[in-house]
Design a protein around this ligand. Sequence first.
Ligand code: GMT
Length: 380
Amino acid sequence: MKIAIVCYPTFGGSGVVATELGIALSNRGHEIHFVTYKQPVRLEQLNNNVHFHEVHVPEYPLFQHQPYDLALSSKLVDTIRMHKIDVLHVHYAIPHAYAGYMAKKMLQEEGIFIPMITTLHGTDITLVGKHPFYKPAVNFSINKSDIVTSVSENLKASTLNLFNIEKEIEVIPNFIDKSKYRTGFTDCQRTLMADENEKIITHISNFRKVKRIPDVIKVFNLIQKETPAKLLMVGDGPERENAENFCEELGITDKVLFLGNSNQIDKILCFSDLFLLPSKTESFGLAALEAMINRTPVVSSNAGGIPEVNIQGVTGFLSEVGDVEEMAANALKILKDESLLNAFKKNAEENAYRFDILKILPLYEKVYEKAFEYRFKNVH
Ligand code: GMT
């Protein structure tokens, strides 16, 4: 099948999922066309089955804001027409579903029917999408999608609760490719990051407010008072500077490494003992799943879809948002008992297999087939 995928090309979870999905589909013989403003960060190699179409938005002095959705919908029209695309899959509703729908209507004028699948990822619903400035357009474009999927049961429930949705929402969880982990490299050099006796705690995110970065540092501060430890902060974003200042205030700068964005998080997670994810909300928590497949237990908040991934007392622990004392106590429970830590590491890895790509990919393929049938019925 020829599939056009629209996504954000950045380190955010939705872009990562879209890119990994496209690559996996291409390995199964599908022809994938990524349409976005920059080559997606996890898209390392283009080939016969993986194409990238860059959306350019020309600067014009009249515009205070350049109209990306307009440029995207035009690019979609051209790409779909030229490459005879069968199915359009947009990740993240804003503005992708909206632009996708416009492309669909323009193509319809030419007698081309393109079915559109919209995958909801979280902040497009729970944070940005529900804002009154966006809500009517988001509601409209979800209802106008041929098929809607969401990455967790919790996100499906939030969408139905916050919007006026007439469409069925199918839950297809995020995934990891277990064959990719700990096969590509053997140099898990723990000593590069910490002393022999120190435990390694990791946090990975885009450092936005929703991640509650100060809580990560507070939890770590309590941990390091009880046991020797290092904190690896991976990623970048608006809260990073405050976070670095906070570490200075607490006098723990020598114990916290801010590593910036990384494309090789498995090389960092391979020597991590614990992953912290105290987010205010999280539709799924792909970062937690990536930690788990790398044998890293998770101490997280009990928010959004996280409990669908992190299992209380099995793969880690979950606490109320902001309860840093309990998070630190739970972390210490595992970190100070080597055999418990090893049991949690094993559980984390085993539970991550629930989301192996081999289980999830066929669910997307089924959705594409269903969407493709709409094309013949020309139901919209
Ligand atoms: O977490 C972020 O800020 C990035 C965001 C995104 O849209 O890229 O991630 C969302 O989508 C991921 C992939 O489906 C989910 O795993 C994240 O939980 C979700 N983030 C939030 O809901 C805050």
